[in-house]
Design a protein around this ligand. Structure first.
Ligand code: MF3
Ligand code: CO
Ligand code: CO
Length: 262
């Protein structure tokens, strides 16, 4: 197995897919309020991706080896849910934190990005977790340039999160992406400097740290998808898709409404 280096044409299409994924998050932002169900957010995003953007929602019926097909078009991970939460009919309540993870397919290419949302009045502790996770993602992104190693990214994220008193989920990671949703390499959010694959221009991968307020351990629910913290502590995640350029990197999933680089 090898890491696919993207051509100029691939990169142009990945820029489009990435921006479209970000624009779904821009679109859904005003709907993320107390009382809305995650199933309604899924319905709205599905409609927007299919009818406004002419995209395919990549999660719908996605069935990697060993998994039942994913039943919805987006992932909605609330509070202690780490990732892959399945939209349902439970309304969001005051104080919740929720990750919305969007992956579109446009013209055969994937765009994958996620953000955290604060629902109503969120405790200072939960806001600090969300903010620190956002910063940890950017600390990782800032490591990306030719000649750096994947381990540099993981090391930087882990150090930042653990210095804040949090833990890093190890069972799920960032990933190469392109014509496939998940391809090589795996991008761990922990590790040691100078280890792992050396970055080369034309690589495209996600950085999507999952940071827990408590311990790092996970539990997968009986639906086969939903990943929660074993200790029921809060978890946060942010995700961008990154291109390695000749001089550094380009973030492919920025859109008009994306929170700016800190
Ligand atoms: N979007 C997730 C990621 O960042 C993957 C979701 S897979 C799904 O890799 F099937 F749950 F949608
Ligand atoms: Co991803
Ligand atoms: Co994602």
């Amino acid at each position: 197995m090898t890491i696919h280096l993207k051509t100029a044409e691939d990169i142009e299409k990945m820029r489009i897919a990435g921006r479209l994924a970000g624009e779904v998050l821009d679109y859904i932002t005003p709907f993320v309020n107390v009382g809305v169900t995650t199933a309604e957010l899924d319905r709205l995003c599905h409609e927007y991706m299919v009818n406004k953007q002419g995209c395919i929602p990549a999660p719908l019926n996605y069935a990697p080896d060993g998994h039942v097909p994913y039943p919805k078009s987006i992932c909605t991970s609330v509070n202690q849910v780490i990732c892959h939460g399945i939209p349902n009919d439970k309304p969001l309540k005051n104080g919740d934190i929720v990750n919305l993870d969007i992956t579109v397919i446009k013209d055969g290419y994937h765009g994958d990005t996620s953000r955290m949302f604060l629902v109503g009045d969120v405790t200072p502790q939960a806001r600090r977790l969300v903010k620190t996770t956002f910063e940890a993602m950017w600390v990782g992104i800032n490591c990306v340039k030719p000649g750096a190693h994947l381990g540099d990214i993981g090391y930087a994220i882990q150090r930042y999160a653990e210095n804040a008193g949090y833990s890093v989920v190890q069972e799920f990671c960032g990933h190469g992406i392109g014509k496939n949703f998940h391809e090589e390499p795996q991008v761990l959010h922990y590790g040691r400097q100078g280890t792992g694959v050396e970055l080369k221009p034309g690589m495209i991968f996600t950085i999507e740290p999952m940071i827990n307020a408590g311990k790092r351990f996970i539990k997968i629910k009986s639906d086969g998808w939903t990943v929660e913290t074993k200790d029921r502590s809060l978890s946060a995640q942010w995700e961008h898709m990154i291109l390695v350029t000749e001089t550094g990197h380009e973030v492919l999933t920025l859109s008009a409404g994306a929170p700016p680089r800190p």
